[in-house]
Design a protein around this ligand. Structure first.
Ligand code: SAH
Ligand code: SF4
Ligand code: F3S
Length: 440
């Protein structure tokens, strides 16, 4: 038997790309590839890319440039670009960087094995279709090997919301939900391989409406089905849109013990004028009332958010409204970005904010968010939380895991293993993690 070929995948962007990279590795595993951690000994390099902000997209070209020497040394090396830049810029990638052999959009990953074969024959191959078939169903080349205690599981893809700044509806296409039966089978299989926590993924995950045996299931109904799987201890989901936060999902946060008290619910801005121009179809007030209802169902829930500053026509007053909203919500974690112009999106054509003013706003917002995150993290000291251990720590005998609220927690002299779930008392709060001790 010939030696296995080596595959190096580098993943950028969101968790959906992380999930897709695993599926691509599995698909090419069926063609005799094993994964390697270094591009230097690879027979195939795949960049799974992100197009969300200009910087993210530009990174791809600089990374590709770095492989020039490698390709000169190893003419058989095949280089592929997958993900959202592949979808958005397909042929342009081939033009701009002739060393690319293969370009594959996010909906065509099940066609990778044939594409790889063609690339091996010396053809340049490009596939950025939105085919009708379910790519995940056709990507079922799964090894049954043991794996770590946490896993992502994509349940919904694409987006119909068309926020004025965002490329996702164009790169990932229309919103589609996977049938519930397939998701439940995949979850069961993950649990058999050692997984104890599953994060359900979708660009708009709470809009999930996948086919079930008696009609469509909501995300909450899917969560209740997953709740029945023995051995599955924790369920999370991301990312949600405020307008799709239905009553049954809010209620599940109060009643489903496996559903963790953490919710990523991006608001983007606090000014109604800006929200309207962003085409977000919610107001600051409706978002705040929603947070109130969620906290009534689950008082200790940790809220996470995304923010954009310097969106076209944002004034200092509009920005203050974002700061006020943040003060009111008190976020446990948050991601904030300076608006980045994306060609082809409606906001790209509008009057842009002075970049220096946007930088200044971003700094002020990040200072406030960092302070809040720290306060929320510090408030965990003295509390008892569940921790799912994931790996050994840097110190001997130390184990590291995540709390119910997704904080990193380390425990010294810990006689537990990766995959064990324990009750832990938090004793101190550090820069990026909490320290705790096992409760006997
Ligand atoms: N579906 C998710 C988010 C997808 S993109 C949602 O609706 O919330 C992740 C985040 O990137 C967004 O929440 C937004 O804050 C940020 N983002 C998207 N487009 C951007 C742009 N053009 N410039 C800056 N940030 C952007
Ligand atoms: Fe982008 Fe808006 Fe869709 Fe989120 S809801 S993916 S921000 S268009
Ligand atoms: Fe980026 Fe595509 Fe995800 S643009 S954030 S990789 S959906």
């Amino acid at each position: 038997m010939s030696a296995p070929k080596k595959l190096f995948i580098k993943t950028y962007g969101c968790q959906m790309n992380v999930y897709d990279s695993e599926r691509m590795a599995e698909a090419l595993g069926g063609e005799g590839y094993v994964e390697t951690k270094s591009p230097d000994d690879a027979d195939m390099i795949l960049l799974n890319t992100c197009h969300i902000r200009e910087k993210a997209a530009e990174k791809v070209y600089s990374e590709l440039g770095r492989f020039k020497g490698l390709k000169a040394e190893k003419p058989d090396l095949k280089i592929g670009v997958a993900g959202c830049v592949a979808q958005a810029e397909g042929e342009e990638i081939m033009r701009r960087q002739p060393l690319v052999d293969l370009v594959v959009g996010p909906q065509s990953y099940h066609r990778l094995p044939e594409m790889e074969a063609k690339a091996r024959e010396g053809e340049k191959v490009l596939d950025t279709d939105f085919p009708e078939e379910d790519k995940f169903e056709k990507l079922k080349n799964r090894p049954k090997a043991k794996r770590g205690p946490t896993a992502f599981l994509t349940v919904q893809e694409g987006c119909d919301k068309f926020c004025a700044f965002c490329v996702v509806p164009y790169t990932r296409g229309a919103e589609v939900s996977r049938p519930a039966g397939r998701i439940l089978r995949e979850a069961q299989e993950l649990v058999e391989r050692g997984v104890r926590e599953i994060t359900l993924l979708g660009q708009n995950v709470n809009a999930y409406h996948g086919a079930g045996p008696n009609g469509d299931l909501t995300l909450a109904q899917l969560i209740w089905e997953l709740d029945k799987i023995d051995g599955l201890a924790r369920i999370r989901f991301t990312t949600s849109h405020p307008n799709d936060m239905q009553d049954d999902l809010i209620e599940a946060h109060g009643t489903c013990a496996k559903l963790m008290p953490y919710l990523h619910l991006p608001v983007q801005a606090g000014s109604d004028k800006i929200l309207k121009r962003m085409n977000r179809s919610h107001t600051a007030e409706s978002y705040l009332r929603l947070i109130e209802r969620i906290r009534a169902a689950r008082p200790d829930i940790l809220i996470s958010g995304d923010f954009i500053v310097g969106f076209p026509e944002e004034t200092e007053e509009d920005f203050q409204a974002t700061m006020d909203l943040v003060e009111e919500v008190k976020y446990g974690t948050a991601y904030s970005f300076k608006y980045s112009t994306r060609p082809g999106t409606p906001a790209a054509e509008r009057p842009q904010v002075d970049p220096a003013a946007a930088d200044d706003r971003l700094q002020r917002l990040q200072a406030l968010l960092t302070r809040q995150q720290r306060e929320v993290q510090d408030s965990m000291v003295g509390r008892e939380v569940g921790v799912l251990f994931e790996k050994t720590g840097r110190l001997p005998g130390q184990m590291v895991g995540k709390s119910d609220y997704l904080h990193a927690v380390h425990v010294a002299d810990c006689n537990r293993q990766a995959g064990d779930l324990a009750r832990v008392r938090i004793v101190s709060s550090g820069a990026n993690s909490l320290a705790g001790e096992l409760i006997a």
